[in-house]
Ligand binder design. Structure first.
Ligand SMILES: Nc1ncnc2c1ncn2[C@@H]1O[C@H](COP(=O)(O)OP(=O)(O)OP(=O)(O)O)[C@@H](O)[C@H]1O
Ligand SMILES: [Mg+2]
Length: 263
């Protein structure tokens, strides 16, 4: 792997909650344009890993570098400005807003004007607000729900709210989007639509790191996979390599022989 290709470098990242080491010296590199999966059983530390990368939680030790920026120690909005955004495991859509307003909150992360200048309604602010709205609409078009722009967000079906979250993440012009269980709760048609959206955004130059329990999605979508168990990285490779690694199959994909012994 050439160094220039690496967009995200996770280096010995560790998170300790009291006596629990949720993430234990995890390292991996993600290349530009990859769809990179993080898998592992419940409680493996996947969300905690995402929380550290995106600045939601401080890490206990280790570091994260995105392009030539050290993300460690930065706040989520600073990390978003650098080009890294995310969606959450539990739907986090602002319920008192229309769909487009929700997406505009994503775009606001990278706007030049602040609340003070916005309050003055200067021509620059009005112009920027119009640009933000255009950008938000463009993101809704990208995920295929522009026709729902003026609906109140909670009235959307669950799958469309997932797409809305991705549109909001895309509105801050990221280079890397982290998706925490994007397919959870979606029916097969909604999952298919979401996969198409992700693949198309990758074609446009975006990089994705995603956590997912649905193995069919993981195996079909990912370029590479990191496997975690109990806070530790237990393996890494292409879907084929992961599937053929007996240690990984035993720890995560289920050891069928063992099952029959205890059945
Ligand atoms: N804020 C917290 N305080 C204390 N312990 C935590 C906290 N967040 C996570 N943990 C613990 O850290 C470990 C990893 O949790 P995490 O949510 O990262 O797992 P996960 O791999 O995302 O699991 P799931 O697949 O269920 O979403 C678990 O033991 C969990 O109980
Ligand atoms: Mg999780």
């Amino acid at each position: 792997m050439t160094r220039e290709n690496v967009i995200l470098k996770v280096d010995n990242l560790t998170k300790q909650f009291g006596g629990v080491i949720a993430v234990n010296e995890v390292s991996f590199d993600v290349k530009k344009g990859e769809i990179f999966a993080v898998i592992g059983p419940n409680g493996a530390g996947k969300t905690t890993l995402f929380n550290m990368i995106t600045g939601v939680l401080p890490s206990t030790s280790g570091q994260v570098v995105f392009e030539n920026h050290k993300l460690t120690g930065k706040k989520p909005y600073q990390i978003a400005k650098i080009g890294v955004t995310r969606t959450f495991q539990n739907l986090e859509v602002f319920s008192n807003m229309t769909v487009i307003e929700n997406v505009m909150t994503g775009a606001h992360l990278t706007m030049k004007t602040n609340l003070f200048t916005a309050g003055l309604r200067l021509p620059m602010v009005v112009k920027e607000e119009r640009k933000t709205m255009e950008k938000a609409m463009e993101c809704l078009e990208r995920v295929g729900i522009a026709h729902l722009a003026y609906k109140m967000s909670p009235t959307l079906p669950y799958g469309s709210q997932r797409l809305l979250e991705i549109a909001r993440a895309a509105a801050s012009n990221p280079k890397l989007i982290l998706l925490d269980e994007p397919m959870a709760g979606l029916n097969s048609e909604e999952s298919r639509q979401l996969i198409e959206v992700i693949l198309k955004m990758r074609e446009d130059g975006l990089t994705f790191v995603f956590v997912e329990h649905d193995m069919e999605t993981v195996m079909s979508m990912s370029d590479r996979i990191v496997v975690m168990d109990n806070g530790v990285k237990i393996g890494e490779g292409t879907p084929e390599e992961v599937y053929q690694n007996p240690k990984i199959v035993a720890a995560y994909l289920g050891d069928e022989e063992e099952d029959t012994v205890y059945a």
